[in-house]
Design a protein around this ligand. Structure first.
Ligand code: CO
Ligand code: ZN
Length: 337
């Protein structure tokens, strides 16, 4: 499972450019699914037919995109200016390495005067950031990158057993969970649709289209969520790494359908799977996209508590991941609910 997470998280595939992530997922699923297709907006949809008499159609969603940046300008000396793709706080970028399809860039900031340097550090903004790809001139830079090219964090995978650290755990850890669930569920009771949705980070685009397309009975979005278990973590919430996957009650974007909260809770209890309930006071997931599209689909979210979300180093607990797989398997196999 660790190898699978590493493989999917280390792929560079920001929102709108998910292809490489999709190909890695498909490679893993070969021989384990009954079919797959790409829809009009680029979602990868895979399915595995159930054999139950009263089977339902279930979506397990993990968004394939990751946050990133896009090149907006290349100056006369070959330095790049960028804009975020999704929620990338410029504060997170100071000193960070970015990957533009194999070209490495270092993010630094303007510092014409001491006061200017102080401002760049205390009020980082995209106006003050630039990227250095080691180019010696505009022409040299243009041989390596172009305006409109997407980039993502360049940061390695670390196994800090039991914690795992990588860029893009949001949301490749969920892609890995959905892949593993399908692999381990040879004979599901229900029809299982794995949706590896595009462009979650910029507005749940893929989930909204898949919801309209698939007419499923329920949709469970799998995504990372916040943590509160570091020094002076948010004291209005309780989310701990290693305490089990989190059954979301609500976040800023949606309230999980009560049926799904009950289904996940029952499956966890019946199989002695540890879990926690999540009330997130901000944020949102693809569940919202499924709920508000077409005639609406009953939807909820299964979350993986994660430290340092949207930073280059996102941390999850391996047992929360494996227990999420156990829980989704139980859902795929449970006859009546
Ligand atoms: Co995110
Ligand atoms: Zn996410």
């Amino acid at each position: 499972m660790k190898e699978l997470i590493k493989k999917l998280a280390q792929v560079s595939a920001p929102s709108g450019r998910e292809r490489k992530a999709h190909l890695a997922i498909l490679e893993e699923l070969e021989g384990f699914i009954d079919g797959h297709r790409f829809d009009n907006v680029g979602n990868l949809i895979v399915w595995k037919n159930g054999n139950g008499e009263n089977k339902k159609k279930i979506i397990f969603d993990g968004h394939a995109d990751e946050i990133g940046v896009v090149i907006t300008h290349i100056d006369e000396r070959g330095f790049l200016r960028i804009d975020p793709v999704g929620g990338v706080n410029p504060l997170m970028l100071l000193g960070v390495l970015m990957n533009f399809d194999g070209i490495t860039g270092i993010v630094s900031y303007e510092a014409e005067t001491d006061e200017d340097a102080r401002k760049s550090l205390t009020q980082p903004s995209y106006d003050r950031l630039f990227v250095d790809i080691g180019a010696t001139s505009h022409e040299d830079a243009c041989k390596k990158v172009h305006i409109g090219q997407f980039g993502s964090y360049l940061s390695p995978f670390f196994d800090l057993d039991p914690m795992l650290v990588s860029k893009s755990m949001d949301d490749r850890v969920a892609c890995a969970i959905v892949v593993q669930t399908i692999k381990e569920t040879q004979h599901p009771y229900h029809d299982i649709y794995g949706v590896f949705a595009v462009q979650e980070e910029v507005g749940l685009l893929g989930a909204k289209v898949a919801a309209y397309d698939l007419h499923a009975d329920i949709a469970i979005a799998v995504d990372v969520t916040a943590h509160t278990d570091t020094p002076k973590g948010n004291k209005r919430m309780d989310l701990q790494l290693g305490k089990g996957p989190a059954i979301k009650i609500k976040d800023k974007g949606s309230i999980s359908d009560e049926t799904i909260v009950r289904l996940l809770t029952t499956c966890a209890e019946e199989n002695q799977i540890p879990f926690q309930y999540e009330v997130l006071v901000f944020g949102g997931t693809d569940a919202q996209g499924y709920q508000l599209t077409g005639a609406g689909i009953k939807a909820g979210t299964l979350s993986i508590p994660c430290r340092y979300v949207h930073s280059p180093h996102e941390m999850v607990h391996i047992q929360d991941v494996t227990n999420a797989v156990r829980l989704l398997k139980a859902v795929a196999l449970k006859p009546n609910w």
